[in-house]
Design a protein around this ligand. Sequence first.
Ligand code: NAP
Length: 249
Amino acid sequence: MSTDAKRVVVITGGSRGIGRTIALRMAGADTKIYFNYSGQSSTDAEATIKLIADAGGSAWAARVDVASRPDVENFFNKIVEECGRVDVLVNNAGITMDGLLVRMKEEDWDRVMAINLKGAFNCMQAVAKTMMKQRAGRIINMTSVVAVMGNAGQANYTASKAGLIGLTKTAARELAPRGITVNAVSPGFIDTPMTAVLPEKVKEAMLAQIPLGRFGQTEDVAEVVAFLASDNASYITGQVVHVNGGMYM
Ligand code: NAP
């Protein structure tokens, strides 16, 4: 990958779903996309890289579990060594391990918190000093509508995503003097591999709660992320932008 491009964008969990669409939306001749994933197979990641290349952009991916601090540090060190800067970080990687509160296994609680909340913390800490030196940067954290509504069966997930909102607001206050904005995007029900596995009855119940009468597409979320990362959003920080078809107002 050439190192003379202008903008460096890092997206966690870019191999499929919302992260892939964000990577595609933000790719371009003047942008380098770096993303990670954690699964054994690199097939999805390679497909994302190919889609970006076919559209005239360039991307590089690595198998890096956001829950692993050493791996995250190595990932960002490599990017900074290669490019000398990071302009945008999108903390998109996330998982669900659903179960009712009374039955939830401790390891399922811990794993979801480690990826969804601590993973974002790990990446923000790994990138903050670079952005502070630049006196510029954009951090966008992917939370969820259920962080503010609650959702039966998702104690771990809702807690992690609500925690991410608190983390976003604190980081926004701490980093604002250095010209760095930190915002959260809160999708409702988006059509991705994460939601494809839900039972039809659950999907029907979700649809009934959406005033706009359809599930969101990954593009609906990617557009908002791209806006928050753009110069046009320079006076927006510490906000949670909802993209949910009216499911939560
Ligand atoms: P998805 O299709 O399951 O994709 C998740 C991405 O994150 C994949 O690239 C996955 O790759 C990666 N990932 C998972 N665990 C990781 C880890 N430990 N380290 C690094 N990467 C990891 O999910 P999605 O629906 O696109 O969701 C993306 C984000 O939006 C998540 O944070 C999710 O909570 C949030 N969200 C989604 C919806 C929705 O309706 N889909 C709604 C609200 C919020 P590997 O599996 O290879 O690791």
